[in-house]
Design a binder for this molecule. Structure first.
Ligand SMILES: NC(=O)c1ccc[n+]([C@@H]2O[C@H](COP(=O)([O-])OP(=O)(O)OC[C@H]3O[C@@H](n4cnc5c(N)ncnc54)[C@H](OP(=O)(O)O)[C@@H]3O)[C@@H](O)[C@H]2O)c1
Length: 385
């Protein structure tokens, strides 16, 4: 029987890569549903090619542009949730940012296999998600390359043998920039990632290293590890994605080309590794692999993530939402690249802390507070220019 797959964010970087994986193995998968926001032209091409049973556009006004064919059309977050509740086996959550949280929770509640690229879900609602996965017995397989690496390395490993995990970061386009040079970088430069081709938000998060901060928090919830057992190393070649440090001082590492189709295929095939149609990793060509610790002075974002983890659950929501607001302000040309971590730090410092957050309503309240606080700070920064 073919697996029925729903792809949320089908027109994005992960969504299109997931469709490539599916197109490569038409005997195993059926595209059951697609969802996007703005790129209705590409959505229409995907509908014509994959003939899904349902499609969802986020905004009602886009509905008339959808060439749905036999597909039922849904809209908004409720539309995505309704599609999750329908007859699908696997949900690929490739939405960017906080909007991914509710679909993640819905997929777990409905016991669908969840291939989770949307790391922001785990950052904001990690405690709820962990609890629900345990309660429902659902499968949550990470798509983020570092977490897929660690997930694979931990398979079958007795937890008492695990000392810590290391996730790697390319260091982004500015890893050699001085602090002064970082103040002058523009959007185009920040979008020029050295090793990965990704959507706008994650590319900018990679440039600030905020992405690695988000991933430390993602790992904390995914693998149930204290933050002190999660480490970050800069590894510019992006070949070695994750390492586990074991009790006997040995290390196990996972290597792969920087191609998201590998972790996507692993998740879609529910932990099976099947042939993929591109050249294998050639270590002779890579020739050297380098590692060094992140520079906290130039890139404070990773440290901020550890501080948010220490402050408790509410700070994790604040970390994510204030970063989203700051990134948008940078895209809009309102603030400098180097203002982004300051806006996040300010919101974490000022927010009314709640160590344990167990429900979506509280998360939404904290998110609203944070948006306002971040907008205040951004207005302050603009006023000082
Ligand atoms: N890209 C990577 O290599 C990579 C690697 C690891 C993890 N991730 C994570 O995967 C997630 C997606 O990243 P991405 O790079 O694929 O992003 P992306 O290229 O920007 O794509 C985002 C997708 O989500 C859709 N979308 C945005 N807002 C939506 C909404 N409100 N309702 C419905 N659809 C919406 C977009 O639709 P339109 O384009 O039609 O507007 C697009 O299809 C992020 O959480 C990211 O951190 C990505």
């Amino acid at each position: 029987m073919k697996k029925k797959v729903l792809i949320l964010g089908s027109t994005g970087s992960i969504g299109t890569a997931a469709l490539e994986v599916i197109a490569n193995d038409p005997g195993s998968f059926e595209v059951y549903g697609l969802a996007c926001r703005n790129n209705v032209d590409l959505l229409n091409e995907q509908i014509a090619r994959f003939k899904p049973a349902g499609v969802c556009v986020f905004d009602e006004y886009q509905k008339d542009r959808v060439a749905a064919g036999r597909a039922r059309i849904y809209t908004g977050i409720e539309g995505m949730k309704e599609m999750i509740r329908s007859d699908v086996d696997t949900v690929v959550n490739a939405l960017p940012g906080s909007i991914g949280l509710e679909p993640t929770i819905e997929a777990i509640r409905c016991k669908k296999t969840l291939a989770l690229a949307n790391k922001e879900s785990l950052v904001m609602g990690g405690r709820i998600i962990r609890g629900l996965v345990a309660e429902m017995g659902s499968a949550l397989i990470p798509v983020d390359s570092e977490h897929s690496a660690i997930y694979q390395l931990l398979e079958g490993l007795p937890m008492k043998e695990l000392r810590s995990i290391i996730i790697t970061a390319s260091g982004g386009p500015f890893r050699k920039h001085t602090k002064k040079a970082l103040e002058k970088v523009n959007l185009e430069e920040a979008m020029n990632h050295p090793t990965w081709k990704m959507g706008q938000k994650i590319t900018l998060d990679s440039a600030t290293l905020m992405n690695k901060g988000l991933e430390v928090i993602e790992a904390r919830w995914l693998f149930d590890l204290e933050p002190s057992r999660i480490k970050v190393l800069i590894h510019p070649e992006s070949i070695l994605h994750g390492i586990v440090e074991l009790a006997d001082n040995s290390l196990l590492a996972y290597m792969a080309s920087p191609d998201m189709k590998i972790p996507i295929a692993y998740a879609l095939n529910e932990k099976k590794r099947l042939p993929l149609p591109f050249a294998p990793l050639d270590l002779e060509r890579v020739s050297k692999l380098t590692f060094y610790p992140p520079d906290r002075r130039r890139f404070p974002s990773v440290q901020l993530a550890y501080e948010a983890l220490a402050a408790g659950d509410s700070a994790l929501v604040v970390f994510n939402v204030s970063n989203e607001a700051a990134v948008q302000a940078f895209i809009d040309g309102k603030i400098k690249f180097t203002d982004i971590p300051g806006i996040v730090a300010d919101a974490i410092e000022k927010h009314p802390a709640e160590p344990v957050v167990n429900d979506l309503e509280t998360i939404n309240l904290i998110a609203s507070w944070t948006k306002e606080a971040a907008m205040h700070k951004i207005t302050d920064i603009i006023g000082r220019k």
